[in-house]
Every structure is written in structure tokens, then in C-alpha cells.
Design a binder for this molecule. Sequence first.
Ligand code: NAD
Ligand code: APR
Length: 247
Amino acid sequence: TEAALQALKQAIENSYRITVLSGAGMSTESGIPDFRSPGGIWEDEAAMQAMTHSFWRDCPEQFWPKFKAVFMNPVYLNAKPNAGHRALALMEAQGREVTVLTQNVDGLHREAGNSRVYEMHGSIRSAVCPDCRTRYDLDYVLAQDVPRCSFISMKGVACEAILQPDVVLFEQEVRYLGEALRAVRTCDLLLVLGTSLTVYPVADLPRYLNRDRAKLVIINLEETDEDGRADLVIHGKVGEVLERVMG
Ligand code: NAD
Ligand code: APR
């Protein structure tokens, strides 16, 4: 509604330190399906079961084609930032301190121009050797069906270990939890954008908001468990709503 959009505009204008908690709903307007809506990525049970650390460890040759099919397909690789990503970059460009905590692995927040982005579930833009920790970029990973490390030691010994994607797989820990907690504790405004808040520990972050100094705003197509605690809830498309508000 107009009143809700006005309230959101006010909240953003009155805030200096804005923390964003984004999920897959942030990137659906860039063409990338989310995980749990109809048509979401986890509708394919086999895909979800394959995204585990133990599957990569035990069957890396089978893991990689499945991982590439889910996360390194043309939809992900050709995706561009949408109006929602651009609005968050504008908030920072206007001089605010914006910290983006994202569960997304598509790299679109950084591509849109935000400079403080914590990719808590990692990123598809690189892969790492589990033995010598050498990192490789996306082009290197795409060039081989099963990407292996090409590091040669001083003694001429080839590493050749099979790389792990830089994405946090099931059974692995999320990253930057300390930085995320601090960003939520110290902000004036927490914007929760396009996440079902069903995956922990990220789903717990809004609970750490300092309610006597900060506002909680949720923009999501469907209800979340935090809606009751929010100062403002807008059930709409993140890109459309933020574009209306940021102009
Ligand atoms: P978790 O147990 O909280 O799993 C979170 C969600 O992952 C659950 O809601 C369930 O839908 C699904 N899930 C859980 N176990 C699964 C499994 N064995 N196979 C497939 N799906 C499973 O956390 P976790 O499983 O320990 O994962 C740790 C973190 O890694 C989570 O925050 C998860 O979101 C993240 N992760 C990220 C990606 C990615 O694509 N970025 C993929 C997998 C997991
Ligand atoms: N605008 C607003 N909300 C949207 C939009 C949009 N354009 N598109 C989808 N949504 C909402 C959906 O209604 C849903 O509630 O975004 C939410 C996306 O939720 P999920 O599909 O569960 O994605 P996410 O919350 O990011 O999942 C968290 O689960 O498996 C793990 O690692 C995976 O990072 C992922 C994590």
C-alpha cells in the first residue's frame, strides 16, 4: 500500500547504518529460481540431496556434474543484478553504511556495487583445493567436467586434488556469523529481503536486533516466522518495492 511504501521510505531516510539480510527471493527477478517456492531449486529432491559435503567427499566425480547443473547453469551464469540489488547499491552510494548479509551464492550484490557484502553461504564464483587451498576462478572450474587442482610443488609433485566449490554445502558451517551478529546488533535498520527464514543459523539473526534503537522491516512474497515481530512487513517483490521507494 502507499502508506507502507511511505513508511519504508521514511525508515530508510532516517537510517544511517542499514543491515540487509537477503535470500534467494532477492534474485528471482534476475531469473534465478529460489529454493522453496513452487518451481524452486529444491523441488528436485535429488539436487538437494547431492548438495552435501559428504557427497562431494565420497563421490566427487558424480558431485560436480550435479553441482554444475544446479548452480553453474546459464540461468545463474547470465543473471544480472535487478532493481532490488541496484537500490541497495544506491543506499550505499548516497553515503550510508550498508552491510549486506546474503545467503545467495550468485554474487549479484557485489556486482551491483555494494562494497560490504558477507556471502554467508559462499559463492559460485570460485572453487578451492581441499589440500593446498589454492583458489580457482569460475572460468577454470567451467573448463573441466571435474575440476582438479593444477598446483605443482617445488619438487615437481602435482597436487591434482578435486576442487570443492566455494559454496557452503549441507553439513558445513555458514560463514561470517560473527560479523553478521555485529552488523545486526549495531544497525539502525534491518531489511530482511526475499528469504523464507527457514534455514539456521541465518534465520535466527533478526532476533539479535536491538529493538529500542533499530527497526525491523521484512519484504517477502510470503509470510515468515518473524513477521509478527517486524515494525513493517510488505508482501511484495523486493525489486519492485525498493525501486518504488528509492526512485
Ligand atoms: P540445515 O540442516 O539448517 O539445512 C537447511 C536446509 O537445508 C533445511 O531446511 C533443508 O531444507 C535442507 N537440508 C538439510 N539437510 C540437507 C541435506 N542433507 N541435503 C539437502 N538438503 C538438506 O543446515 P545444513 O544442512 O547443515 O547446511 C548448512 C548451511 O549450508 C545451511 O545454512 C544451508 O542453507 C547452507 N547450504 C547452502 C547451499 C547453497 O546452495 N548456498 C546449499 C546447501 C546448504
Ligand atoms: N520478492 C520478494 N520475495 C520473494 C521474491 C521476490 N521477487 N521471490 C521469492 N520470494 C520469497 C519466497 O516467497 C520465499 O519466501 O523469497 C523466499 C525465498 O525463500 P527460499 O526459497 O527458502 O530461499 P532462502 O530463504 O534464500 O533459502 C535459504 O536454504 O538450502 C538453503 O542454502 C540454501 O541459501 C539457501 C537457504
